[in-house]
Every structure is written in structure tokens, then in C-alpha cells.
Design a protein around this ligand. Structure first.
Ligand SMILES: [Zn+2]
Length: 311
């Protein structure tokens, strides 16, 4: 499984060992910070469990492995909370299906991505299945906020917490994976899969330049309307998140005296002009503005310009 990110490999080997020794728990909860790779890891684990050979799984040769590679395995059921939550009907359908024998190999796998997105009814339906698991069925749940899951579900699962990679690991991985240098974006996010999705979005370029634009604005070389207009319709939310990250780092700088080199100009510029209480006020205002963006029909660029003018 060379496709797995390097920081996930140790836990993957642990999963392989459980499988080899016949010790794989029927319910595994995979957690870790948002975007660390839970989904990719869970999919790899699903393939490992579906393989017909336990000693060297996934063998890549057996029928199950071949079919799993094509993402059409009939014994793999996926419920994804990211697509508008996990509904109870969907859970019931899956639970009914796993009551049957596997169609291909020897095991069935239910993947529950973002399991915290289950409502109470869905959670209760899955809980029943976890309490009385059908034969040769494995439930693999992922989450970035395990505290949001019902304690009764947590108590039924074996837990695995994926490690958070450091900045160098993230940069190197993005270079290999997407052939992009994201080192100038680590001030914005250090979560690898979040950065990976940003590389395919117009926000990628915008965010790289945002610290410089803010520094220019602070020095009076850029007007508020010019800075605000850098946010397009697609990038407004990331633009606000970027400003929030810079303000937060300025506040932290007053304690740690440290920040990412790429944002040093913007951070010290903010601190030269505002005290910490004003910066915290801006954070509040921007957070409010962000929460209103989807609710109002006002032009977001105009709202951002209005916000900057009030600073
Ligand atoms: Zn196999």
C-alpha cells in the first residue's frame, strides 16, 4: 500500500497485523485531526479486510482484491456523512444487507465516513448492529471529532487515532502527491488533505498572496476596495479564513514571538497598528461576517470592504 501517506503507514501495519492474527475488532473507529487522511486510511483498511487471504492481505491477486481495486465490491458498503449527513434509512438498508452472506469473499465491510454526522436515529440503528454484529462483518468508522459520537457507540469500537504529520512531512507529501510546493500555505493549514484539495482550487494562489496584500494594505500601498476585490465569489470563504488565520497568528505572536516566515510581514504589520484587543475584536467581526455569508444576498466583496474600512 505505497499509496498511503507515510504518517499513516505504522497504523496500517498494525491493522495488517490484527488481520493476520485474526484479531481485527468488528468495529474500528479511526480518528485524528480533520484532513489527516482518515478516509484514505479507512478505504485501505476496507481493502485489507475484503481480501480473501488473511496472511498477506491485501494480496492484490484474489478476486476480491481485483474487484475492490475497481471500487465495485458488492460486500463493501459506504455511508458518507460529508454528503449531507447519514440518514437512518441508509443505515437500515446497510444493516439489512450485512445480515446476508458475503457475495464474493469471506467478509463484508461497512465504511462510515464522518460517523459524527449520524443523527440520533441513525446512530441507534448502527449501535444495534455493533452490539450484535452479523458474522464476518467489519464496521470501519471515521471521524475528526469522536466526542460528538454517542458514548454507547464509542464503547463498542476499538479506537485508532492517526498521528498528525509535521510541516516537513506535509510539504514533502504534497510535492509527491500533487507536484505542488505548498510551503507558503502552511500558515493557513497544516492538514494534508485540506491542502491537497486547496491545490485544485482558485484559493490556492489567492492564499499564497494574501499575507503580502495585507502587509501592503497596512502600509497604505493598497486601498480597502483593492484588497477586498482580491476575493472572488469562489474564494470569499477562504479569503475570510485567511484573514482570520493571520489575525490569530498576530495574537499568538504576542505570546510566542514566532510565526511562519511567509506571514511575518503581515503579522508584525498588524501588531504595529493595532493592540491585541482590537485584533480580537476583528476576529469576532470576521467570524460573524463568515457565518452571515450564506444567509444574506449582499455582495460578499462589498461586505469584506466594509469590514476592512472599519478596522
Ligand atoms: Zn486479495
Amino acid at each position: 500500500m505505497s499509496a498511503l501517506a507515510p504518517w499513516l503507514e505504522q497504523d496500517y501495519q498494525q491493522a495488517q497485523q490484527w488481520r493476520r492474527q485474526g484479531k481485527f475488532h468488528h468495529a474500528l473507529l479511526i480518528s485524528g485531526i480533520n484532513g489527516v487522511g482518515q478516509n484514505a486510511f479507512a478505504e485501505a483498511v476496507a481493502k485489507l479486510l475484503l481480501c480473501e487471504k488473511t496472511d498477506n492481505a491485501p494480496c492484490g491477486q484474489c478476486h476480491s482484491c481485483q474487484v475492490a481495486k475497481a471500487d465495485t465490491h458488492p460486500d463493501l458498503m459506504v455511508l458518507d456523512g460529508q454528503e449531507g449527513g447519514i440518514r437512518v434509512d441508509a443505515v437500515r438498508q446497510v444493516v439489512a444487507k450485512v445480515a446476508n452472506k458475503p457475495q464474493l469473499g469471506y467478509s463484508k465491510v461497512v465504511l462510515l465516513h464522518d460517523a459524527h454526522q449520524m443523527n440520533v436515529n441513525a446512530a441507534n440503528a448502527i449501535l444495534k448492529a455493533l452490539e450484535e454484529p452479523p458474522a464476518s462483518t467489519f464496521f470501519v468508522l471515521t471521524t475528526h471529532t469522536s466526542r460528538s459520537l454517542m458514548p454507547t457507540i464509542l464503547s463498542r469500537c476499538q479506537r485508532m487515532t492517526l498521528p498528525t504529520p509535521n510541516a516537513d512531512q506535509v510539504s514533502q507529501w504534497l510535492l509527491n502527491e500533487a507536484n505542488v510546493d505548498a510551503s507558503n500555505l502552511l500558515w493557513f493549514s497544516q492538514t494534508p488533505y485540506h491542502l491537497l484539495s486547496l491545490t485544485q482550487s482558485p484559493s490556492f494562489d489567492m492564499l499564497q498572496q494574501l499575507p503580502t496584500w495585507l502587509a501592503e494594505w497596512l502600509h497604505g500601498n493598497l486601498r480597502s476596495d483593492e484588497l477586498g476585490s482580491k476575493a472572488s465569489k469562489e474564494t470569499t470563504a477562504d479569503f475570510i479564513d485567511g484573514l482570520l488565520a493571520l489575525l490569530t497568528q498576530a495574537v499568538q505572536y504576542t505570546v510566542t514571538n514566532q510565526c511562519h516566515a511567509h506571514v511575518h510581514g503581515a503579522v508584525t504589520g498588524l501588531l504595529a497598528r493595532y493592540d491585541i484587543y482590537r485584533l480580537m475584536g476583528f476576529i469576532q467581526q470576521l467570524t460573524h461576517l463568515k457565518s452571515q455569508l450564506d444567509k444574506t444576498h449582499l455582495n460578499p466583496t462589498i461586505q469584506i470592504i466594509g469590514e476592512l474600512n472599519s478596522w
